[in-house]
Design a binder for this molecule. Structure first.
Ligand code: UD1
Length: 416
């Protein structure tokens, strides 16, 4: 597998453009199946998760063209409801196709979803909600087979505000009979973007961005052109890299309200934040301050997808910080890798105590998941000497070209 070679000790400075959002683009690609025609997604990121989703759609019978940042998906033909083992098992978001494929053709068969190894990641909430909506589900060790005579709108109460389950129910509900109300829905900005996309297609969704989303089923949707929102986690990662290296970067386009909890933490660590419309600038202090305690939570709380990058930054802070991971149980896999570089981190269940103030040293480390991999790149930038981050494929699942972007900001980084 390819790796990244990083020369430590450079601070990141300059301007950087932020790619389209992975977590918005993926469910939108599933949503394309709900219309029969050509949908154009602008600002669609060139990342392997999107390429894998394209492969799944093509194997189902769609045709796609990716030109510049515009991905065109043609869903006008007859499609198969079968997602093959190799396709679906490679990525978590294949589960997102369930609601959309059932909405279109009442039958879907798919393998158990794959993805990053950041925790058990069950799909029980997706399945329970779809069963309530009149879907029969059979499962074995290989995968799932789902059928429905018609989807029926229902009141769905989610015990936890799962992002994926909220999106799957929305995708199933837009063409269902009657009204669906999701109680305790997730409020993430990517869900709001998905709902705007669907409403432009002709769906009737209200309450997105709140804990109660109502979907009035409609007979059909039309194909449209839409621009995917910027990726708040990529922006947050780049800000973390600037903060960790004593840098000063301006990122655009970024929605400040989508990144509020992350910016608040960087501000508490002593960073200056300047907000200008869709541009955000972060100016790092000479020495970062520690954070007393930061807990990952559903939006608008601090995102679990930024936890590893923050941990890398805090190894350089002037004192001890505490991070609590409340969403995914295996998100501390990065700790032994950071320790290899000289970090002092004590993990007790879902709590990590980071003793800051040590200078990391370059080493050969291994990415085990997408965001942890990005955090190791940040650690490499902070370190004295050279670092090799193996497993760049994990990072390329969600970052278009982290080498291009960090090089442009002054880092010494290349892909081997
Ligand atoms: C999405 C994001 C991911 C992000 C996560 C949390 C995408 C493609 N991925 O993942 O980047 O880290 O939200 O913000 O958008 N759970 C269950 N049963 C289920 C579903 C979830 O117990 O059926 C649990 C999970 O194990 C986890 C919690 O609910 O502990 C939240 O997971 P969820 O919000 O569903 O995350 P994803 O949609 O998988």
């Amino acid at each position: 597998m390819a790796s990244f070679q990083i020369r430590g000790g450079c601070s990141l400075n300059g301007e950087v453009r932020i790619q389209g959002s992975k977590n918005a683009a993926l469910p939108m690609l599933a949503a394309c199946l709900l219309s029969r025609g050509e949908t154009k997604l602008y600002n669609c990121p060139h990342i392997t998760d999107v390429y894998n989703m394209i492969k799944i759609l093509e194997n189902m019978g769609c045709s796609t063209v990716f030109c510049g940042d515009c991905l065109t998906v043609d869903t006008s033909g007859n499609l198969s409801g079968v997602i093959s083992m190799g396709d679906g098992a490679s990525m978590r978001s294949s589960i997102m196709l369930m609601g959309a494929v059932l909405g279109r053709q009442k039958y879907v068969s798919l393998p158990w979803p794959g993805g990053c190894s950041i925790g058990k990641r069950p799909v029980d909430l997706h399945l329970k909600a779809l069963e309530q909506m009149n879907v029969s589900i059979r499962s074995d060790h290989c995968g799932l087979e789902c059928t429905t005579p018609y989807l029926q709108g229902k009141d769905i109460c989610l015990p936890i505000p799962s992002v994926g389950a909220t999106e799957n129910v929305i995708l199933a509900a837009v063409l269902a009979r009657g009204t669906t109300t999701i109680h305790n829905a997730a409020k993430e900005p990517e869900i709001v973007d998905l709902c705007h996309f669907l409403n432009e297609m002709g769906a009737q969704i209200h309450g997105m961005g709140t804990h109660r989303i109502t979907i009035n089923g409609v007979k059909q949707l039309k194909s449209i052109s839409y621009t995917v929102m910027p990726d708040r986690i990529v922006a947050g990662t780049y800000f973390a890299a600037a903060a960790a290296t004593g840098g000063n970067i301006l990122a655009y386009p970024v929605k400040e309200k989508d990144l509020r909890s992350v910016l608040d933490v960087f501000a508490a660590m002593g960073c200056g934040i300047i907000i200008r419309r869709d541009q955000l600038q972060l100016i790092a202090p000479p020495l970062l301050l520690p954070v007393e305690s930061i807990c990952t939570r559903p939006f608008p709380g601090f995102p679990t997808d930024m936890q590893s990058q923050l941990m890398a930054c805090l190894t350089a802070a002037r004192g001890t910080s505490v991070i609590c991971e409340n969403i995914f149980e295996d998100r501390f896999k990065i700790v032994p890798q950071l320790e290899k570089m000289g970090a002092k981190i004590l993990v007790n269940e879902n709590k990590a105590v980071i003793r800051g103030g040590c200078r990391l040293t370059g080493s050969c480390v291994s990415a085990q998941d997408l965001r942890g991999g990005a955090a190791l790149v940040i650690a490499g930038l902070m370190a004295e000497g050279d670092t090799r981050v193996e497993g760049s494929g994990y990072i390329e699942r969600g970052y278009e070209d982290i080498c291009r972007d960090f090089s442009q900001l002054g880092a010494g980084i290349c892909r081997l």
